[in-house]
Design a protein around this ligand. Structure first.
Ligand SMILES: Cc1cc2nc3c(=O)[nH]c(=O)nc-3n(C[C@H](O)[C@H](O)[C@H](O)COP(=O)(O)OP(=O)(O)OC[C@H]3O[C@@H](n4cnc5c(N)ncnc54)[C@H](O)[C@@H]3O)c2cc1C
Length: 444
C-alpha cells in the first residue's frame, strides 16, 4: 500500500500502537488534511491503570477496553489496521508487518509502548505479569481457582499455600494489586462456608528498595505502607525475592509456598524499539526535543517507548498515561505545523500529579505542593480514572461496578471458566499454559 492509495495524494500518517499515545495522536489528527492509518496488534485500546481491578474480579474485561474502530468511528480520515509491526525502515519510509504486507508513510508515530520486564531465565514461567487484558484474566483465573480449592482443602498447610499471594514490586501497580488482592480475600474468603477463612489469606508485597511508591514523597510512601498494613498486606521493603522452584519462593529468609506470584517489578520497551533506535541506556528510543528521531525528522516516538527529557527536567519522563497522551497531541500538532511550513515546537510536559489507590477509601496523591491521603485521595483517584476512561459505556459500567462493590462489599466478576484440565492440574504449578505467551518470554 502506498500513501496515494489512502486518499487524494494527502500526506499519509501511520501510527503504530492504539494505546494512550497513539490513540490521542489519531484523535488529534481527525480533522487534519491527512490520511491516518493506526496499526495495532490488538483491535482494542486498554485502560491499563484499571487492569488490576480486572485481575481481582472487580471489573470485567469489556469495562476497561474499547475497540479502536468504535473509538475512531467518527474520524473519517482515520483507518484502523489490525496487524503486528515487525520492522520499520526510516530510509524507505516503510512499515513492515509480520503477515508480509507493508505500509508506506509520509509521517510515522511509533507509540508501541512497553512490556513486562520479566525475571530472566526459567523463573519467568512461574510469575504473572500485569500488562495486558490476557495477563489480568490469567491472574483472576488463578487467584479465584486457588481460593476455590482452598475452600475445600482440609490440610491447613496446603490451604495456606493455596491462599498465599506474593506481589513483587512496590510501585503503583504492585501497591494497587496487593491492596485489591487483600480486599478480594476479605470479601471472598468464607463465602463458600468451607475451610477458607480470611485469616488464611496472605498477601505479601515485596519491594527491593527501602520504601514503596519511591516516586512519591517519602511521607506518602509511609502513609501507603501504613494503609496497606491496615488492610492486612505484609509489606517487605529492602527485600529480594528468591525463586526456590514452582510455587515456592523465599522472602526475607522465609520460605513460602504460594498460589500465585504477580510480577509488577517494572516494564521495558517493546522489541520494536530496537528497529527504530538509537536507544538510550534504559532501552527506550532517544528522541529530539520535538519527539522526532534525531536522524529521521518525519518519524516520532512517544509514550513508554520514548526516552524524552524536555527542557527544565533533570530526569527523563516516566512511563505514564498523561505523558503519552500529551506527546500524542504534541506530535499531531507538529505534523500539522510541518505540513503548513511552520517551525516545530519543543515538547513540554504539564505534570498533573500522580496517585495510587490502596483499596476501599484508601489512596495517596500528590500534585505540585498538594499531598492527599486516605478517603480524599481515594475520591480524587475515582474521579480522575472515571474521567480519563475511554468511552461513555465504559465509564457507566465502571461507575456502577464501583458503586455495587462499595455498598455490597462484593466483587461482581468472580465467574470462573475453567478448561477441563485446569482444575485437575496441581495447584502450585507454574503459571497456566493457557495464558498467551508474553512478548518478553517470546523474545528471550
Ligand atoms: C498495570 C498498569 C497500571 C498503570 N497505572 C497507571 C496509572 O495509574 N497512571 C498512569 O499515568 N499510568 C499508568 N500506567 C502506565 C500507562 O498505562 C502507560 O504509561 C501508557 O499505557 C503508555 O502509553 P503508550 O501509548 O506509550 O503505550 P500503550 O498504552 O501500552 O499502547 C501500546 C500499544 O501498542 C500496541 N503494540 C505494541 N507493539 C506493537 C507492534 N509491534 N505492532 C502493532 N501494535 C503494537 C499494543 O497492542 C498497544 O495497544 C500503568 C500501566 C500498567 C501496566
Amino acid at each position: 500500500m502506498t500513501s496515494t492509495e489512502t486518499g487524494a495524494g494527502r500526506p499519509h500518517v501511520v501510527i503504530v500502537g492504539g494505546g494512550f499515545g497513539g490513540l490521542r495522536a489519531a484523535v488529534s489528527l481527525a480533522d487534519a488534511d491527512v490520511d491516518v492509518t493506526i496499526i495495532d496488534k490488538r483491535n482494542h485500546h486498554v485502560f491499563q491503570p484499571l487492569l488490576y481491578q480486572v485481575a481481582t474480579a472487580g471489573l470485567a474485561v469489556s469495562d476497561i477496553a474499547m475497540p479502536l474502530r468504535a473509538v475512531l468511528r467518527r474520524s473519517k480520515n482515520v483507518r484502523v489496521l489490525l496487524g503486528e509491526v515487525e520492522d520499520i525502515d526510516t530510509d524507505t519510509c516503510r512499515v513492515q508487518l509480520y503477515d508480509g504486507s507493508h505500509v508506506e508513510f509520509d509521517y510515522l508515530v511509533v507509540a508501541a509502548g512497553a512490556r513486562t520486564r520479566y525475571p530472566r531465565g526459567e523463573e519467568a514461567q512461574y510469575v504473572f505479569g500485569l500488562k495486558t487484558l490476557e495477563d489480568a484474566r490469567a491472574i483472576r483465573q488463578r487467584v479465584l481457582t486457588c481460593m476455590e480449592m482452598a475452600e475445600s482443602e482440609p490440610d491447613a498447610a496446603q490451604r495456606r499455600a493455596l491462599s498465599t499471594f506474593v506481589v513483587v514490586g512496590g510501585g503503583p501497580t504492585g501497591v494497587e494489586m496487593a491492596g485489591a488482592l487483600r480486599e478480594l480475600a476479605m470479601t471472598n474468603a468464607g463465602m463458600g462456608r468451607g475451610h477458607l477463612s480470611e485469616g488464611d489469606v496472605r498477601v505479601v508485597l515485596v519491594e527491593r528498595g527501602d520504601r514503596v511508591l519511591s516516586s512519591f514523597d517519602p511521607p506518602l510512601s509511609e502513609s501507603a505502607q501504613r494503609q496497606l498494613e491496615a488492610l492486612g498486606v505484609e509489606v517487605e521493603t529492602a527485600t529480594d525475592l528468591a525463586f526456590e522452584g514452582p510455587g515456592r519462593v523465599a522472602v526475607g529468609g522465609e520460605s513460602l509456598r504460594v498460589g500465585a506470584i504477580v510480577w509488577a517489578a517494572g516494564v521495558e520497551p517493546v522489541s520494536l524499539a530496537e528497529k527504530v533506535g538509537p536507544l538510550a541506556s534504559d532501552g527506550r528510543v532517544e528522541v529530539a526535543e520535538d519527539c522526532s528521531l534525531p536522524h529521521a525528522p518525519r518519524v516520532f516516538a512517544i509514550g513508554d517507548i520514548a526516552h524524552c527529557t524536555p527542557e527544565g527536567h533533570s530526569e527523563p519522563l516516566p512511563g505514564l498515561a498523561p505523558v503519552a497522551m500529551q506527546q500524542g497531541e504534541h506530535v499531531a500538532r507538529q505534523i500539522r505545523r510541518t505540513i503548513a511550513g511552520k517551525d516545530r515546537e519543543a515538547f513540554s510536559y504539564n505534570d498533573r500529579g500522580t496517585m495510587a489507590t490502596i483499596g476501599r477509601s484508601r489512596a495517596v496523591a500528590q500534585r505540585g505542593k498538594m499531598r492527599l491521603t486516605g478517603t480524599l485521595a481515594w475520591f480524587a483517584w475515582l474521579v480522575v480514572h472515571l474521567v480519563t476512561l475511554v468511552g461513555f459505556r465504559n465509564r457507566m459500567a465502571v461507575f456502577l461496578n464501583w458503586a455495587w462493590h462499595y455498598f455490597t462489599f462484593r466483587q461482581g466478576h468472580r465467574i470462573l471458566l475453567p478448561s477441563a484440565t485446569q482444575l485437575d492440574r496441581p495447584a502450585l504449578d507454574p503459571a497456566p499454559d493457557s495464558a498467551p505467551e508474553p512478548e518478553a518470554r517470546r523474545a528471550s
